[in-house]
Design a protein around this ligand. Structure first.
Ligand code: DAK
Length: 261
């Protein structure tokens, strides 16, 4: 059985990190396979949403694989961090939305992986943290960078310097997670995927691009990009359908919406 599974449920890709005995720890093999799976998702134009989850229910991902990392020299560490950062950035750059379905531990590289997704759903038992300093290292897959952008410097330093874990409620209030959901996190993620699919696919991908590409940039450049992407929507059939449907008091019939399979 592969260490990363890709299941297609119609236009929804479910990607599962599949090493439950090691709490889905990210070995170099997982990172390579995850990179391949993300490339497959990127190439498949029929997909509308990607869900990322971990097998076994106890963990989303309990971090990079400590047993594998222990023997790294400086070059191996650099290569591993490079590969991890590349895979996470590629996932972030997907045109379709990504949802992290977090049940249990999302620690270290697992927390970083979740934060590279557009929406993070936290089940009642979710535990997030960046415990790397307890192992004598620092986060290597963007944890000192994405976390700061997400939660601000004061909160990021609190987590990164202490290595403490936070539960779903605190993760939501900090901004690590988007929302707390019920026990069956995958079912909740599929429901969110359906909600996204019922909207216009072009608009969804433009909205993602406007937010993701300019989250760190200056406001002026971001507003210009937003303006151009907004205008481009008017070249799509979706805009005509979405607005006509509203005015005609009927549901919009967008391609790939759940009721159309
Ligand atoms: N790596 C490898 N194995 C792991 C693991 C991990 N991160 N986390 C858990 N496991 C394994 C355990 O060794 C155990 O294996 P067996 O003994 O059964 O063979 C099995 O999963 C079950 O774990 P536990 O028995 O420990 O389960 P508990 O319920 O008692 O505890 C726990 C759950 C999540 C609290 C505990 O397992 C834990 O603290 N795990 C480690 C969490 C952690 O520290 N994660 C951060 C890893 S460091 C970089 C690149 C990347 C990174 C850093 C630098 N560069 C190259 C610069 C990223 C670093 C990290 O992510």
């Amino acid at each position: 059985m592969s260490v990363v599974l890709l299941e297609r449920r119609g236009p929804v890709a479910i990607v599962t990190i599949n090493r439950p005995k090691a709490l889905n720890a990210l070995s170099p093999e997982v990172m390579v396979r995850l990179g391949e799976v993300i490339a497959e998702v990127e190439a498949d134009r029929s997909l509308r949403v990607m869900i990322l989850t971990g097998a076994g229910g106890k963990a989303f991902v309990a971090g990079a694989d400590i047993a594998e990392m222990r023997g790294f020299d400086i070059l191996a560490a650099e290569r591993f961090a490079e590969e991890g950062q590349r895979v996470l950035s590629r996932m972030e750059g997907l045109s379709i939305p990504t949802i992290a379905a977090v049940s249990g531990f999302a620690l270290g590289g697992g927390c970083e992986l979740a934060m590279a997704c557009d929406i993070v759903l936290a089940g009642p038992r979710a535990r997030f943290g960046q415990p790397e300093v307890k192992l004598g290292v620092i986060p290597g897959f963007g944890g000192t960078q994405r976390l700061v952008r997400r939660v601000g410097q004061a909160r990021a330093l609190d987590l990164v310097l202490t290595g403490r874990m936070v539960g779903a409620d605190e993760a939501v209030s900090m901004g690590i997670a988007s929302r707390k959901v019920g026990e069956d996190v995958l079912a909740e993620a599929l429901a969110v995927a359906d909600e996204i699919r019922s909207a216009g696919g072009v608009a969804v991908s433009f909205a993602k691009r406007a937010v993701q590409d300019h989250a760190d940039g200056d406001l002026k450049a971001g507003l210009a990009a937003e303006r151009h992407l907004f205008a481009l929507c008017f070249a799509s059939e979706e805009q005509a359908e979405g607005m006509s449907a509203f005015l005609e008091k009927r549901p919009a019939a967008f391609a790939g919406a759940p009721d159309q399979g």
